[in-house]
Ligand binder design. Structure first.
Ligand code: ATP
Ligand code: MG
Length: 236
């Protein structure tokens, strides 16, 4: 993924959401994106899945402009976990099958539900109805459903927007280990507010007020005098 001079302003907004971003993510790398609330982290992911087009600059995926890919090709290549997970009014099975071309077996679904701590939902079977008129999910359960979708998806690129938000530290540690294992041979871009497991990422990017203010390895950034990341680590 090659991002060059990327700037973006949301339609009908005056303030810029991302300003002149330059970032290269090599295949197979694990990249964490940090930054204050409202700094532009989620916006960057939205642009990477082409939910919006850049106002200026370009994004290349495997050497080609993002715009040349068909919608279905992009969906096959990129698994995107949004900050707010959407549950469809459908069965648990179909809520997990979503975005997967190949049919996932019930057995695999059950296994992953247990991995993410949703075994409770299996007291009924995979026909359990979710969404409108169905079994309501708590915020944490919804997050875990999103994670189950991620673990069942075999796209080579994963974009995860705060996948462990709202989960306790112990659960977070477990889930991150699962994500990293799942991504062994995949490219991972993960937005996070937390510092757990960051030393296992290849590259850390800090976005502040629409600007990509720092990027480098954990060691590089932690050693940087008066760096943004160093400051963040000290505060947390
Ligand atoms: P958080 O950590 O709270 O999730 P973030 O870094 O992900 O924050 P973004 O969601 O990327 O921040 O938002 C960046 C800026 O763009 C904010 O000023 C926000 O109000 C604005 N913004 C986000 N989504 C939209 C939208 N759909 N339409 C207009 N403005 C938006
Ligand atoms: Mg966000």
């Amino acid at each position: 993924i090659e991002i060059t001079d990327l700037s973006f302003t949301y339609p009908e907004r005056e303030t810029i959401a991302l300003k002149e971003i330059n970032l290269t993510i090599s295949k197979g790398k694990k990249v964490a994106i940090l930054g204050k609330t409202g700094s532009g982290k989620s916006t960057l992911l939205q642009l990477l899945v082409r939910n919006y087009n850049p106002t200026q600059g370009e994004i290349l995926l495997a050497g080609q402009q993002l715009s040349v890919y068909t919608e279905s090709c992009l969906r096959e290549q990129i698994c995107f976990l949004t900050q707010r997970v959407h549950t469809f009014s459908d069965t648990l099975r179909n809520n997990l099958q979503i975005a997967n071309k190949t049919q996932i077996t019930d057995e695999k679904m059950r296994e992953v539900l247990c991995q993410v701590g949703l075994d409770k939902l299996l007291e009924q079977d995979l026909n359990l109805w979710l969404g409108d008129g169905g079994r309501p999910l708590s915020g944490g359960e919804q997050r875990r459903l999103g994670l189950a979708r991620v673990l069942l998806n075999d796209a080579p690129i994963l974009l995860l927007d705060e996948p462990t938000e709202g989960l306790d530290r112990e659960t977070e540690r477990k889930i991150l280990a699962m994500i990293l294992k799942h991504c062994e041979n995949k490219t991972l871009v993960m937005v996070t507010h937390r510092l757990t497991a960051l030393e296992q990422f290849d590259q850390i990017c800090v976005i502040d007020d629409s600007n990509l203010v720092e990027q480098g390895s954990y060691q590089d950034l932690i050693n940087k005098q008066q760096g943004f990341f160093k400051g963040l680590v000290e505060r947390i």
